[in-house]
Structures are given as structure tokens and as C-alpha cells.
Design a protein around this ligand. Structure first.
Ligand SMILES: O=C(O)C1=C[C@@H](OP(=O)(O)O)[C@@H](O)[C@H](O)C1
Ligand SMILES: C=C(OP(=O)(O)O)C(=O)O
Length: 677
């Protein structure tokens, strides 16, 4: 996941390939709660691991459910041992539910029915998301719920219920603000239906109906068969009791699929490759958002599908503008707003009033951000009307504010295919953690830039601080890192280990060896040689001298040229070394030549060695360093020298952070985005 302040998407040209999507949020959180309420142990396969499921899992643990393993691990199932319909007497917990509607609403209902002493808290936005209709319904039953802040909104305090007045009258719940209130009752009330039927009656128009379908499907897998009487009355039959199905699989998220379906509709493939393959969810999904496929088809997408996959290619181009009632696909419909940027006219998305009470006011947010890109947008209480920029010249480079809303961030990634060749900045990209933490990694895995991926080169002499500074610049921008010095160190080490003397005569053999070796840099900056962690072995002074020796051999440099260029990947790369800007990436848009006086560098090295408990002598270090400078600067192959277009940065005096900021400022000056507020 990108934890950066913003993520710059270079202009993108093509997309193709296959994406395995993470599990459905709606299914995951329902299954977790149902497993927790059931008798027996449920083994859940392909559970989503994201902010919304983490808060649910933490709450269930807090309530005393046994959850193994302690942390969700990719590819490993999660086991939940349920409470069999009852909590211990006087159960007490404070539960933090973030901004997860699928945790706050259903848990509130279940705990209000089970009884105890609970506080339901969340992020500030959660306190602006209504829950009053659910609380009203639960109070009719005899549940005890108090508002701790504004009436009608979390945070809530839940106490012991009193069901003495519970009769046969149906429980009324409004369905026109959120379907999650009805879902919450449907999952909680089987706990009260041992002796007689319980009937729930929906008041007002029920929105987001397909989510009720998911609830009913999953209830039936846990042994509860609800009678659906025309989406108006739901009857939970007497004798209902939760029973674990044993094993259960979570489909991939159909709402998350919408971004890749849209991608397939917008982008053509590169090099003869065609389309986007979405894995994990198909046309037989129980999720209503799968019907996004129909909307995308209406706009021009060509979609084929099987039981667990979709394949999407571009059909009509430009896309066709549509006018659609989107009530049945409230989440995925946001993606249509991004597709509308590429349509042949004005697209209208109707019946989406619920957008205003989700992660943010999504109607206002989409309107504001689409306008920044050059679209003309009309917003109403429950609709959005989008006219794309009239010509390529009308598009604007925009820094997209994301309002801590995962879907805003994901939707606007699609704007990077604009016809104007502009990059797009996504602010606070980590907000995707709510449902799809690795969204941008998945997106970059199938998209290709229209121009060579941006590279920032940081070259300079030994001990100039370039490794540390490059690492920090890469971290702030979410760019990959190429520590080219490490490649030479790895080569020196590999040759020594293979018993090859580091002489010019042996250069072809060394080059051959390194071509055959498998070199890896892990995200946590460990260095692997043929699977072995050699991070420490290449950091000795010996390894440093050997690196300098092999780096002087043209045959070795030639072998490493392609290895280094292959590090160029979306969204960008920071390369540090001695010839990044002059030889490896001569087309890099920013080249920095980082220096510091020899005395200053020798002193830094001295302090570094002493802090590691190693003995060191200043005079020797200075002499070594000067000898190394001379060798690096005078070698025939790619000598150390600033690229002609490099910006010079002397960091003898300043702090590391100042150098990092200077480079980031230079980078920013090359971007077309207006300064951030
Ligand atoms: O029940 C669910 O899993 C959901 C229902 C929908 O909410 P509303 O019913 O509030 O529209 C949807 O937007 C949300 O992301 C998930
Ligand atoms: C509305 C959403 O979330 P929640 O489950 O919190 O309602 C969403 O994921 O788009």
C-alpha cells in the first residue's frame, strides 16, 4: 500500500493483463458476524484483509470470539469459533469501528439484542453517518441504546434490553437512507426467533436492494431461511438458530471489480495483448454490484465472463454517454462518473441520494474533482450530470482530493488515460485501505505509461549521503528504489564467492556470472542474491572496495545496464549511484548531483563506523575516500561526473531532511499541478 502524502500517476496509454481481486467487503463482514453468532467453528477462505474487516475482527475478538490466526495472512483461511447466540452475562466492551458501515450497523443490532455494556465508536465521519432509523427499530423491540453525541448518529452506548413487551407486531424500519439498517436487523433478529416468527416491515422505499439479497443468501448458508415478501416484509421463522456451514468462501469484491472493468473499457492493450481479465468474481456473483457490467456495456465495454472471471475489452470509443438509475449499484456507480469523462456526451447518474451519507458527501466530492479535470458537472440532491471536457485541450492536470474515501481515490486513477497526456495526482492514496489496500499496485500491474516512467537520478561520490537521501525521496513519492551501488557490491561479492579474482581479465566471467544470478530488492530494503539475504555481507568496507573494482570493468557495466533499466516501473523510480544520469537513464526528468566535502564525508563515515562499534581512523578514512574518488572519477567506463543537465546539491552543511526537501521541491517544479492548499 502507498503510504505517501500523494501519488502521481504518470499519463497512461495502455492496459492489459490479469488482476486477482481481494475479497468482498460486504460478504467478508457479514460472514464474520454470522460465524461469530453461530454455534461451531467456521473456516473462512479468501477473507478480505482491509480496514473495514480489521475493525470487525478486532471487535469480535474483544467480544470473546476465538479468531485464528491472530493476523489475516494471504492464502490462509481464518477460523472463527462462534458464541452460539449468547454472550457471557454483563459482557462489556468499547468497540472502535472506524468508518465501516458494515461493522457499525450490524454489530449495533446484534449487541443491542444480545445485551451487555458496549460503546460503539468510530472515526469522526462515522459520527456524521446516520443510524437513527436502526436505533428506532431496535428500541421498538425493547433494546436499550443511547446516543453519546448527536441524536441519530454514533457514537452509541448499548445496555441490557428488556423484551417483556415484545409482541407479534412487525418491527418497522425505514429503508430509504441505508439498506444496512435492514441488513442489521435481518442478522440480529434470528437471535430472538427461537419461539415465534419475527416480522420486519420496511417503511418507505428500500434503497440498495441487492445488498439485502447478499444478506439473505448468506443467512441461508448459516441456517436461517428468511421469507422475503416482495421486499416489503421479511419473516424470520420461529426456531431459527445460527449454525456454522463449516467452510465458506468469500467471492472477490464486485465493487472493486468496477475499476478494472472500466479500465478495460477505456484502455486498449499494448503489444497485441487484449483486454483486462478480472479474477475472483464472475457473472454468477451474489453481489449486486456485478450489474455494473451492464452499465459498462451500455457505455461500450465488451465483456465476457465465466463463473469466477470477467474479461473486458474496449468496444465503442469514445464511450457512449448514458442516463441511468443507479440505485441498485450505489458503490460501483461512482466508477461510471469517471467513465463519463471519456463519453461522447452528457452522462446522468440518478437516484443516488445515499452517496451524500457515505464515506464523504460523494455527490459533492465527485462534482468538485471532476470539474478540476475540466468536466462540466451539474449536481442535484440525488443526481450527477457529467459532460466531459470538450477537447483534449480542455483537460486540466489536477491534484485530486480524496476526502478519506477509497472510492474517490480509485475512481480518479482512471483519469490518467486522458487524451491530453496529463498526469494525475491522487492525494492521500492510503485511503484505499478501507477495502482494497493494494489497489494502486494492482492498477500499476496492468497499466503502462505513455512515456518512459519518470526517474529521479541522484549521483554523487562515496559517502555523500545519496543512499539515505534517495531512499527517503523514493519513500515520499512512492517510487521504486534502485541502489545501483548495491548491484556492484553484489557483483563483487558473487565473484569473490565464486572464487573469481577481480581482475580485468576476468571481467567477461564476472559479467556472465551476474547475468545468471538472481538479484532482488525487497520492499523492506533487503538485498537478495539467488534467494539468500546478503544485505549485511555487501555493507562491509571490503565489499565497498570490491564494488569499486568491478565497477571499473566495462563488461560488467554492460551486463548491469539492462538489469538497472529494468528497475524502471510505475509510478516512478529513484536511482542512486554514479552514472544514473549520465549513462543509465540519460532521459531522466530530474538529475541531481549530490556532493559534500571530502572531510565532511570522511567524518560521516567515521561516525557511522564508530556507532556500529567498529574501530576507525579519520586520517585513513579520508585517504581511502580520496583514493576512491580519484578512481571513480578517472575510470574509463562511465566515470563519476555530473550529467550536463544535473542540478548540484552540496549537503556538507545541511541536514538530510533539507536535502530531501530540496530534491522534492525540484521535482514538484517539474509537475503541472497547482501547489496544494
Ligand atoms: O450492506 C452492505 O454491505 C452495503 C450497502 C450499501 O450501503 P447503503 O445500503 O447504505 O446504500 C453500500 O453502499 C455499502 O458499501 C455496503
Ligand atoms: C459506502 C461504503 O462503505 P460502508 O460499508 O462503510 O457503508 C463503501 O464501501 O462504498
Amino acid at each position: 500500500m502507498y503510504q505517501t502524502a500523494f501519488l502521481d500517476l504518470p499519463h497512461l496509454a495502455t492496459a492489459s493483463g490479469s488482476v486477482q481481486l481481494p475479497g468482498s467487503k460486504s460478504i467478508s463482514n457479514r460472514v464474520l458476524l454470522l460465524a461469530a453468532l453461530s454455534a461451531g467453528t467456521t473456516t473462512i477462505h479468501d477473507l478480505l484483509d482491509s480496514d473495514d474487516t480489521r475493525v470487525m475482527l478486532a471487535a469480535l475478538r474483544e467480544l470473546g470470539c476465538q479468531v485464528t490466526p491472530a493476523q489475516v495472512t494471504p492464502g490462509q483461511p481464518v477460523q472463527i469459533t462462534g458464541i452460539d447466540g449468547a454472550l457471557p452475562n454483563n459482557a462489556r466492551a468499547q468497540l472502535f469501528l472506524g468508518n465501516a458501515g458494515t461493522a457499525m450497523r450490524p454489530l449495533t443490532a446484534a449487541l443491542a439484542v444480545l445485551g451487555g455494556h458496549f460503546e460503539m465508536t468510530g472515526v469522526p465521519r462515522m459520527y456524521e453517518r446516520p443510524i437513527g432509523d436502526l436505533v428506532d427499530a431496535l428500541r421498538q423491540l425493547g433494546c436499550h441504546i443511547d446516543y453519546l453525541g448527536n441524536p441519530g448518529y454514533p457514537p452509541l452506548r448499548i445496555g441490557q434490553p428488556n423484551f417483556s413487551q415484545l409482541g407479534d407486531a412487525p418491527i418497522a424500519v425505514r429503508g430509504d437512507v441505508s439498506s444496512q439498517f435492514l441488513t442489521a436487523l435481518l442478522m440480529a433478529l434470528p437471535l430472538l426467533a427461537s419461539d415465534s416468527d419475527i416480522c420486519i416491515e420496511v417503511v418507505g422505499e428500500l434503497i440498495s436492494k441487492p445488498y439485502i439479497h447478499i444478506t439473505l443468501e448468506l443467512l441461508s448458508r448459516f441456517g436461517i431461511t428468511v421469507r422475503n415478501e416482495g421486499w416489503q416484509r421479511f419473516v424470520i421463522p420461529a426456531g431459527s438458530r445460527y449454525q456454522s456451514p463449516g467452510d465458506i468462501h468469500v467471492e472477490a469484491d464486485a465493487s472493486s471489480a468496477s475499476y478494472f472493468i472500466a479500465l478495460g473499457a477505456i484502455a486498449t492493450g499494448a503489444g497485441g495483448q487484449n483486454g483486462i481479465q478480472v479474477l475472483g468474481v464472475g457473472q454468477d456473483s451474489i453481489q449486486g454490484d456485478i450489474r455494473f457490467v451492464e452499465a459498462a456495456q451500455a457505455m461500450g465495454a465488451q465483456v465476457t465472463s465465466g463463473p469466477n472471471w470477467l474479461h473486458i475489452t474496449r468496444g465503442a470509443w469514445p464511450l457512449k454517454a448514458i442516463d441511468l438509475d443507479c440505485n441498485h449499484i450505489p458503490d460501483a456507480a461512482m466508477t461510471l462518473a469517471s467513465m463519463a469523462l471519456y463519453a461522447d456526451g452528457t452522462t446522468t447518474l440518478r437516484n443516488i441520494a445515499s452517496w451524500r451519507v457515505k464515506e464523504t458527501d460523494r455527490i459533492a466530492a465527485m462534482a468538485t474533482e471532476l470539474r478540476k479535470l475540466g468536466a462540466t458537472v451539474e449536481e442535484g440532491a440525488d443526481f450527477l450530470r457529467i459532460t466531459p471536457p470538450a477537447t483534449a485541450a480542455d483537460w486540466r492536470a489536477a491534484s485530486i482530493h480524496t476526502y478519506d474515501d477509497h472510492r474517490v481515490a480509485m475512481c480518479f486513477s482512471l483519469a490518467a488515460f486522458n487524451p491530453a497526456g496529463l498526469p494525475v495526482r491522487i492525494e492521500d492514496p492510503k485511503c484505499v485501505a478501507k477495502t482494497f489496500p493494494d489497489y494502486f499496485e494492482a492498477f500499476f500491474g496492468v497499466a503502462q505509461a505513455s512515456r518512459p516512467t519518470p526517474v529521479i537520478c541522484i549521483d554523487g561520490p562515496t559517502a555523500s549521503g545519496k543512499g539515505t537521501i534517495a531512499g527517503l525521496v523514493a519513500e515520499r513519492l512512492g517510487f521504486a528504489l534502485l541502489d545501483s551501488g548495491a548491484l556492484y557490491r553484489i557483483t563483487g561479492l558473487a565473484a569473490s564467492r565464486a572464487g573469481i579474482a577481480l581482475t580485468e581479465d576476468n571481467a567477461p566471467a564476472i559479467a556472465d556470472l551476474i547475468r545468471r544470478s538472481h538479484i532482488g530488492f525487497t520492499p523492506d530494503q533487503r538485498v537478495l542474491l539467488d534467494g539468500e539475504d546478503i544485505s549485511l555481507a555487501i555493507r562491509t568496507e571490503d565489499a565497498s572496495m570490491n564494488a569499486s573494482r568491478v565497477a571499473a570493468f566495462p563488461a560488467v557495466r554492460e551486463a548491469l545496464l539492462q538489469v538497472q533499466r529494468d528497475f524502471r516501473r510505475l509510478p516512478g523510480l529513484v536511482g542512486d549511484g554514479r552514472d544514473m544520469g549520465t549513462v543509465i537513464f540519460p532521459d531522466a526528468p530530474l538529475k541531481v548531483y549530490l556532493t559534500a566535502t571530502a572531510e565532511c564525508r570522511a567524518e560521516r563515515r567515521y561516525k557511522q563506523l564508530i556507532s556500529k562499534g567498529l574501530s576507525a581512523n579519520m586520517a585513513d578514512l579520508l585517504a581511502d575516500l580520496q583514493a576512491r574518488d580519484a578512481r571513480d572519477m578517472n575510470r574509463a567506463a562511465a566515470p563519476l561526473k555530473p550529467a550536463e543537465d544535473a542540478l548540484h546539491l552540496d549537503n556538507s552543511e545541511g541536514t538530510i531532511e533539507q536535502a530531501v526537501q530540496q530534491i522534492l521541491t525540484w521535482w514538484e517544479q517539474r509537475q503541472p499541478f497547482a501547489p496544494r492548499a
